[in-house]
Design a binder for this molecule. Structure first.
Ligand SMILES: Nc1nc2c(ncn2[C@@H]2O[C@H](COP(=O)(O)OP(=O)(O)OP(=O)(O)O)[C@@H](O)[C@H]2O)c(=O)[nH]1
Ligand SMILES: [Mg+2]
Length: 319
């Protein structure tokens, strides 16, 4: 299952307490204070990594805590710092810090951000020594580490996104253009979760479940996944040759894009008339004319015609 949402809590380590201690030796039985400071609590970081694709890990475990700092020792020894906790997350995750109403967008691999800072260690009694008080019995407690509730939202990072009505041939095209092995079948809603594929030039294509009218308001499956095409550069809008009304089909999808996020409808769009092996050359020409009227970037393809596929692949790679 594609896990693209998770809610977790993170707690940074508490600082170690300062120590109260007095040195004493045979030569100096009334030695001065030598209680060391506590160590700092560990921080919590997020680190984006390519080898993790989903937020699954954050469903299995939802509470994370960095190590506490150690208590100060005698002989002015500072306690050891708590170990930092580094949490790996997929590239493309948005981290929403609920308490701060703040969002971090992590879109690059190897990005690291500090999410919760560890508490400072408390001062030991040495720090309180003064000319007036040469034997302080005072020390500080370590400070608590920061605590936050985080909502994680994963938005896939793809350069291109296939969109279209159910059964338009999106997954077939993804499989034909890339090494993806998405499920294909002759009924709507075969694709239940986005599939990713890599084009010959290294760019990533996402195939999202088919959209239907009202998807942006929660109908069908598509709305849940529209966020995954928010980051794409170009939309590859598939329209089936089997359609009885191309213009109507086109408008249904355009409407969903605008309703979900007007910025989506402003993206560059390539129209692809799929399954053209089912039509005569004359019919293809007529249908392409309709598409060109809607958007001048109309092209035809068929997974059964390798030359057409190659043409589309080259075209997409150039976009
Ligand atoms: N004749 C022909 N059939 C095709 C072509 N491309 C896809 N199909 C068929 O169309 C049906 C739907 O294809 P899919 O690739 O599953 O369509 P989809 O748009 O991913 O569908 P959803 O995942 O349900 O949204 C399948 O039976 C495919 O075999 C094509 O170029 N020519
Ligand atoms: Mg599909």
């Amino acid at each position: 299952m594609l896990v693209d949402e998770a809610k977790i809590t993170v707690t940074a380590g508490k600082g170690g307490d300062g120590a109260v201690h007095f040195s004493s030796s045979r030569h100096n039985p009334k030695g001065g204070p030598d209680g060391g400071n506590g160590g700092k609590g560990g921080d919590v970081y997020f680190h984006t990594a390519r080898d993790i694709m989903l937020l699954k890990k954050y469903k299995a475990q939802t509470r994370f805590r960095a190590q506490n700092g150690q208590r100060g020792g005698d002989k002015d020894k500072t306690g050891a710092d708590g170990q930092d906790l580094i949490l790996k997350i997929p590239v493309g995750t948005q981290v929403e810090v609920i308490e701060k109403k703040e969002t971090h967008d992590l879109t690059r691999s190897g990005q690291e951000i500090l999410i919760a800072a560890g508490g400072k260690g408390g001062r030991g009694n040495t720090a309180f020594k003064s000319s007036r008080n040469t034997t302080p019995r005072q020390s500080d407690f370590g400070k608590e580490g920061e605590f936050f509730t985080l909502a994680l939202h994963l938005k896939l990072i793809a350069d291109f996104g296939f969109i279209g009505l159910p059964n338009a041939g999106k997954s077939s095209l993804l499989n034909a253009l890339t090494k993806a092995r998405a499920r294909v079948a002759a009924y709507p809603f075969t694709t239940l979760e986005p599939n990713l594929g890599v084009l010959p030039n290294g760019l990533v294509v996402a195939d999202i479940p088919g959209l239907i009218g009202g998807a942006s308001k929660g109908k069908g499956l598509g709305h849940k996944f529209l966020k995954h095409i928010e980051r794409t550069k170009t939309l590859l809008h598939c329209l089936s040759s089997e359609s009885l009304d191309l213009e109507k089909d086109y408008r249904i999808i355009r409407r969903e894009l605008t309703d979900f996020n007007p910025l989506l409808s402003k993206k560059k769009e390539l129209l692809i008339l799929t399954k053209t092996d089912l039509l005569t050359t004359k019919e293809i020409k007529e249908k392409l004319k309709v598409l060109k009227k809607l958007n001048p970037s109309g092209h035809s393809t068929s997974i059964h015609k390798p030359d057409l596929l190659k043409e589309n692949s080259d075209l997409i790679c150039q976009l």
